[in-house]
Design a protein around this ligand. Sequence first.
Ligand SMILES: Nc1ncnc2c1ncn2[C@@H]1O[C@H](COP(=O)(O)OP(=O)(O)O)[C@@H](O)[C@H]1O
Ligand SMILES: [Mg+2]
Length: 249
Amino acid sequence: MGEAVFQLHQVTHRFGELTVLTDLTFTVQPGERVGLIGPSGAGKSTLLSLLNGSLLPSQGTVQVLGQDLSELQGQERRRLQRQVGTVYQQHHLANNLAVIHNVNAGQLGRWSLARAAWSLLWPQDVETAVQALTQVGIPEKLYARTNRLSGGQQQRVAIARVLVQNPTAILADEPISSLDPARSHDLMALLCRLTETTSKTLVVSLHDIEYAFQYCTRLIGLRQGQICFDAHPEQMDTARIDALYALSA
Ligand SMILES: Nc1ncnc2c1ncn2[C@@H]1O[C@H](COP(=O)(O)OP(=O)(O)O)[C@@H](O)[C@H]1O
Ligand SMILES: [Mg+2]
């Protein structure tokens, strides 16, 4: 087994007085597809922010590919952060721009400012963008305006952007929350296929446990900021799921 992609040790996170995650310890190995499940407010998004380094833990350590992000600065930190690509619930796309510019945003960590600016007039590396859009099934949308696309297509653009970034791990924060069931299955199947064919590691937060069962190799249940279970889908039973979603007293 190669080097762990993520290694969390006794991680606690607070926003001011509010403790959102408590004492999380777990490791994610290369090639795993981890479904992060739990009710709204359980801390899923916060945990993903710790994995991609947009937040640093209040206590404990988060290692990405063996390195502690909080011990790195500047360019070194950004280089490590580029190994983790994130697809957000709200896409975070520039809606008024053509799809190609949003896909090329995945290059920004690598491109000089001049090249990035120039690319807004004369799109650079069209080939890479087309390739990524082909992988997500919408190559014909290269020059379409992003806000003319459907929600599912916009989510595919967000995935294409991450593919162009070519990270070791992909994080997806409730990527199907605004899609109907048929499109949700399409998108989850796509995410799995892509991570498999490109040998990437996937951590995906999902509100709906059914999709996690079907598409993930490991399920981590979060409840009120604590790990409620960490198991393979075949080890799961209804009691564990009931405990995850039970209303607190
Ligand atoms: N930036 C923030 N500042 C203060 N509280 C936050 C912030 N982000 C999230 N929270 C709180 O942390 C808890 C967990 O939120 P979140 O990680 O978004 O959960 P989930 O993604 O599982 O719905 C919630 O109580 C939420 O209100
Ligand atoms: Mg969330």
